[in-house]
Write a protein that binds this ligand. Structure first.
Ligand code: UDP
Length: 532
């Protein structure tokens, strides 16, 4: 591996001199450690100390210059999971003069992205926490092109899906354990540290029960672009259902019966896939053409991000697990622009569940618990909301196997197929938002001592003349100055004379905005001040 770097495109002596004279330089985005990504020149790593090193010279820059607030709690999150105390990044400081007494540094010539993978054993985590965030972090910084070097610092091995990480760049990603192969001190000529959190949609329940993130900033369009969307293959005459099965835990016990029922009742072909039996790329190819994806709750459902628009996701939940409490895949499917139809099915019949109290705790075993606690868990009909990650009742229930009740499952599926057709129609609508209405103005007149009129008019938004919009409406808000409520009106035309509730010798504040197709809101024009 060290050979790989010795073909450096940089002149060693120039690099060393730059490091010695200028030290490390850092410029970051973000006011908080949770939204920060930093760019470094000559950030170094000591494999002996297992620490990043910032060499200070008179020419170093460190922005933000936080002083010791850099440790409260950290400079930044190294993974995309927000504020997790095992994922913090910081560096040690040394004066450049110390270089004289240190081993000769090895320079990494490639632009490098340094990050932590959060849980590279789990497919959901791989896509949600690592691949999509890394993909868009690389889009954000043009230095991080297809030849960037990725360095994973969480300390895990490659994991079962390392090939997926290889897709991000043409260069082999490095693991923390590889770094010592480059000598005692390595210096990254140019590096970025941290990951964008812009694409994540789910929080795993470390400080509050799991659920969608409070402020989701990504739409299905970005998610789909991140998956290099292919043409949709699902032609009307070749519709098929994919059952994504698990072979070791959380099984569908009557899978053959489920397949038969779908074939008979929906007259559709069924393809079964599992991570144990097919390669990941071949599974993705099948999913790209599927009309319906059926699976037990579990990480394999992240593959719904490869489904064509208009497809249906059917997520099955074992007994005593409330689908509304575990929604990573529902949230994904429901992102605007994902255009997937999501439904959940839940085993409500206790006799159809198979439990595993004797298994190790991390697979849901409970025999290590006090007898009382075991009894309580066995009696409970629904897992109460809980924090991540070791709640024994949750693990017990989520690792059950399930005999799927065919009638209720098929009924749900048929229902979904009906609504799915509606979704197809909605699909074609655009997401272009209106601009501001232009030349908004008001005129007033007093009729009697009690009556007055307020006429408001405006011109269409500038972008409307280039668009075909099914429905254009305008919203007008009128507020009497000093009051804290307003009256909203929706109008189809570009002017209106208000006389109800308009008083003489009163000042009104008026806002106008345009709305396309009922829900695409434009910005308000500057407020009008109108005195009757
Ligand atoms: N997995 C699988 N088959 C199984 C059980 C698990 O392919 O029978 C995969 C699963 O998709 C995930 C990883 O193994 O990528 C870890 O599974 P686990 O049950 O721990 O997590 P979950 O699926 O609940 O997120």
């Amino acid at each position: 591996r060290s050979q790989e770097l010795s073909q450096a495109r940089i002149d060693y002596h120039v690099a060393l001199q730059a490091l010695q004279e200028q030290g490390t330089r850092m410029v970051c985005t973000g006011k908080m450690h949770t939204d920060r990504i930093c760019r470094f020149d000559y950030l170094c790593y000591s494999s002996e100390a297992e620490e990043f090193v910032f060499f200070q010279s008179n020419f170093s820059t460190m922005l933000p210059n936080l002083g010791s607030r850099r440790f409260q709690p950290a400079l930044l999150d190294l993974s995309s999971v927000e504020d997790h105390n095992t994922q913090y990044f910081n560096f040690l400081e040394l004066p450049v003069a110390a270089l004289k007494f240190m081993p000769k540094p090895v320079f990494v010539p490639d632009a490098t992205l340094i990050l932590n993978r959060f849980n590279p054993d789990n497919l959901m985590h791989i896509f949600h926490d690592d691949l999509l965030p890394a993909f868009y972090t690389m889009k954000q910084y043009s230095d991080l092109d297809g030849e960037a070097r990725l360095v994973f610092m969480e300390g895990w091995g490659e994991g079962p899906y390392f090939d997926l990480y290889r897709l991000l760049s043409s260069k082999q990603p490095l693991l923390k354990e590889h770094l010592k192969n480059f000598g005692k001190l390595m210096c990254f000529t140019k590096s970025y540290v941290g990951l964008s959190k812009m694409t994540t949609w789910y929080q795993y329940g470390f400080v509050q029960p799991q659920g969608p993130k409070a402020n989701v900033l990504v739409s299905g369009n970005e998610i789909r672009q991140g998956t290099v969307e292919n043409e949709n293959k699902g032609e009307a005459n070749d519709q098929y259902v994919v059952i994504f099965s698990r072979s070791t835990t959380r099984l569908i016990l009557n899978e053959a019966e489920v397949v038969m029922a779908i074939v008979q009742e929906l007259q559709m072909r069924v393809v079964t896939v599992s991570l144990e039996e097919q390669s990941f790329p071949s599974i993705i190819q099948v999913i790209r053409g599927a009309s319906i994806l059926v699976s037990m709750h579990g990480a394999q459902l992240i593959t719904s991000l490869f489904l064509p628009r208009g497809a249906v996701v059917v997520e099955l939940f074992p007994f005593a697990v409330n689908p509304e409490h575990y929604t990573p895949y529902k949230t994904l499917a429901s992102l605007p622009g994902m255009d997937l139809h999501y439904i959940s099915w839940r085993n409500t019949k206790e006799e159809n569940t198979v439990t595993y109290p004797d298994r190790p705790w991390e697979q849901g075993g409970i025999i290590h618990l006090e007898k009382e606690d075991q009894k309580k868990i066995l009696k409970s009909k629904e897992v109460p909301r809980h924090l991540c990650c070791r709640n024994p009742e949750w693990l017990f229930r989520i690792y059950q196997d399930t005999l799927v009740d065919i009638p209720s499952f098929i009924e749900l599926l048929k229902e979904a197929m009906k609504t799915k057709l509606n979704l197809r129609k909605v699909k074609a609508t655009s997401t272009v938002h209106p601009g501001r209405v232009r030349e908004a103005q008001c005129q007033t007149s007093v009729q009697t001592t009690k009556e007055a009129k307020l006429s408001v008019s405006w011109q269409i938004p500038w972008n409307l003349k280039y668009l075909k919009v099914r429905e254009v409406k305008y919203e007008v808000w009128i507020q009497e100055q000093g009051e804290n409520t307003y009256m909203p009106y929706i109008l189809p035309q570009q002017n209106y004379t208000f006389s109800e509730n308009i008083k003489p010798f009163t000042t009104y504040l008026v806002w106008v905005r345009c709305i396309f197709n009922k829900n695409l809101l434009g910005p308000f024009a500057d407020v009008l001040t109108c005195r009757t």
